[in-house]
Design a protein around this ligand. Structure first.
Ligand code: SAH
Length: 230
């Protein structure tokens, strides 16, 4: 059972030591060398203690390796390079209203908040939603977290300046396109197999949509409505 309020491992609420900060600086250097040139995104990653988004404090080194990592409910915290790449594509400005699908650990949410966005983030696994809501609150990130189905978006808060999907979608859900403002950007990995194509979809002022393929990535799948809450 995934939808019920199962107990999760106790939350890592440890400190952010000089060692953590040093490891983080190395990670930012690595991302810069791998081609992330967006200084604001790099600064945000440099500020956020990623190790506190991983439940087991024994894995500090892993928290700052450029790799994905397991989190509860069989999900993963995205690889830092993927977070940087998606956030860069999104082009987030201060005060923008952003919809994120797949809250997971809340790390990507924290990056968006640090960039000054007003983030609404949807997670389908209730235990993860509950844990991450508390984590973000404790860290002082003012994100609006929702337990729900990302395929439907969030009608009551639409439209959004930006929409970011952090799980592999079988197709581009129509509600997400409808909930995007003219001038908006939607970043979504699309594909049903092991690999997805990162799609950037932009909507011009007249509402016309444009698509651009931006490379291949691996995400956990976006789970359909049918399996929602199971
Ligand atoms: N942004 C996250 C990545 C988590 S992995 C982070 O930084 O940690 C992707 C997340 O998408 C998982 O937590 C998974 O449960 C969630 N997910 C999958 N299908 C979903 C759906 N239909 N609606 C909302 N969330 C979904």
């Amino acid at each position: 059972m995934v939808g019920a309020d199962l107990p999760l491992p106790s939350m890592n609420v440890g400190e952010d030591s000089f060692r953590h900060q040093g490891l983080r600086r190395k990670l930012v250097d690595q991302l810069r060398k791998r081609g992330i040139g967006n200084v604001e995104v790099l600064n945000a990653i440099g500020k956020i203690p990623r190790h506190l988004f991983i439940d087991d404090s024994a894995f500090v080194e892993m928290a700052y390796a450029d790799t994905a990592f397991p989190i509860p409910c069989g999900q993963t915290i995205s690889q830092p390079w993927t977070v940087a790449f998606q956030t860069d594509l999104l082009q987030v400005g201060k005060g923008m209203k952003v919809l994120e699908i797949g809250t997971g650990s809340g790390y990507q949410t924290a990056v968006l908040c640090t960039l000054g966005a007003k983030v609404h983030s949807i997670e389908r696994h209730r235990p993860l939603y509950l844990q991450t809501k508390e984590r973000l609150l404790r860290m002082g990130h003012k994100a609006y977290t929702v337990h729900g189905d990302g395929f439907a978006g969030l009608t009551r808060e639409a439209p959004f300046d930006r929409v970011l999907v952090t799980c592999g979608a079988p197709f581009v859900p129509k509600p997400l396109l409808e909930q995007l403002k003219p001038g908006g950007r939607l970043v979504i990995p699309v594909g049903e197999g092991a690999v997805q194509e990162m799609m950037l979809i932009t909507k011009d002022e007249r509402g016309t949509l444009f698509e651009e393929a931006c490379g291949q990535f691996k995400f956990v799948p976006m789970l359909s409505e049918r399996s929602f809450g199971v």
